[in-house]
Design a binder for this molecule. Sequence first.
Ligand SMILES: Cc1cc2nc3c(=O)[nH]c(=O)nc-3n(C[C@H](O)[C@H](O)[C@H](O)COP(=O)(O)OP(=O)(O)OC[C@H]3O[C@@H](n4cnc5c(N)ncnc54)[C@H](O)[C@@H]3O)c2cc1C
Length: 469
Amino acid sequence: MRQVVVVGGGIAGASAAWFLTRAGRTDIEVTVLEGAPSLGGKLRTVELAGIPVDTGAEAMLNRRPEAVELAREVGLAEAVRYPATTSAAVWSRAAIRPLPGGTVMGIPAERALVEPSGVLSDEALARIATEPEVPGSGLDDDVSIGRYATQRLGREIVDRLIEPLLGGVYAGHADDLSLQATVPQLMPYLREDPSLVHAAVRARAAAPSSDVPVFAGLDGGVGQLVPAVARASGARIRTDTTVRELRRTTTGWELVTGPTRAPELVRADAVVLACPARPTGRLLGSIAPSVAADLAGIEYASMATIALAFPADAFPGRLAGSGFLVPPVEGRVIKAATYSSQKWGWLGERGAGTVIVRCSVGRHREEADLQRDDDELVQAARADLAAAVGVSGPPIAAHVQRWGGALPQYAVGHRERVARIRAGVAAHPGLALAGAAYDGLGIPACVASARQAATQVLAALPTPGTMTA
Ligand SMILES: Cc1cc2nc3c(=O)[nH]c(=O)nc-3n(C[C@H](O)[C@H](O)[C@H](O)COP(=O)(O)OP(=O)(O)OC[C@H]3O[C@@H](n4cnc5c(N)ncnc54)[C@H](O)[C@@H]3O)c2cc1C
């Protein structure tokens, strides 16, 4: 039997195991090695006041098929749910205001769609109409989305529209993030015409109109997905098994796990590395040093989620919508709040009389808030919620989940970096990479990267009938 070892038991690793075992190859055995005591990575569900609450990812993009299709295939079809409300808000200029419509990741396409929210001053609104006249030429290279937008649209639009939306996805800063990697749909237009507003108009017009809900979740929590995928794959799963070293042998690969004094060697014919960029880089240090250097250059934002359970009467009225984003310029501790009980009908029903609100804290290179202990974080989140939506009294239960190295930062030049990494790895047949560090950090993108990695390693393992002597 050929041995394929997958390192990392998050959604990318579990999906890689699924695609490997589903290929119908009877000559292959798949093993997943996960360093943590349980599978899941950034997908995790905990019980709070007796209600399952996701402390990592809580929604799967539904307009891309990969994640929801996988959930259905591994037995979770009955659990797929769509948000009960999708209207989001921004806490800006001392009020909770509707999230402006008509933007692409905060880049406005039309003044008339942005104006009613009251998020922007008249001066900033006027910049939307004049931006196409700002001189410039088509973009050949990647640029920082924040700097480019500041130059053309002014700082207020970056601070109050682009930052909160990007911050919600990457926990990063617009000035550091790549335009090409974070809003790839704008790039073809920006090559011809430097106007961000024109590009946003064209990208919106090109996006197929659809009644399909944008996001989906799972009744009982998205945290169920990884164990379900791993189980359905039939792969051998080993938790508490950190891979410390990867070596090339004359016939394949050797992975080193176990304590340094009593190392265990795991032999493999092919390997999928489905762990974050840093550990992947360390494992490739001696095999592909330039790939390892590129991987080491992918920075991560750390963050925490603070899930709070309140009695329903702690709020002055019914919460409206699914939650709010907070622009960094507001100077608050929390950067977003999700009204989980409102957003997910199943969660509201299971916790009748209890309102779950999930706050997130922490941005790239801004870790001071994360140094507070759990009680302080809960107090800070509660104080921000009191100011934003008037919650009174302490929560009846709270859960703080810290995510060190939570989200990869797609910095300027990310796409080129990933192309170099992939070219370097292609020189080693039987080795493939998967996960959030490369072509998208959402769950569907991680599943897609796993499928690609599985295809690559299977191609490198000839079926017995095609083996040459
Ligand atoms: C708070 C939060 C909220 C998010 N919300 C959403 C959302 O709503 N929707 C969405 O689509 N995405 C969301 N994301 C992003 C998404 O969850 C992640 O990008 C994705 O889950 C990453 O999956 P992965 O398998 O690539 O990596 P990970 O989940 O990081 O899994 C990698 C695994 O590798 C293991 N590992 C590392 N090194 C080793 C080693 N040497 N040996 C063995 N094992 C190792 C780790 O323990 C880990 O389990 C969110 C992320 C966070 C942090």
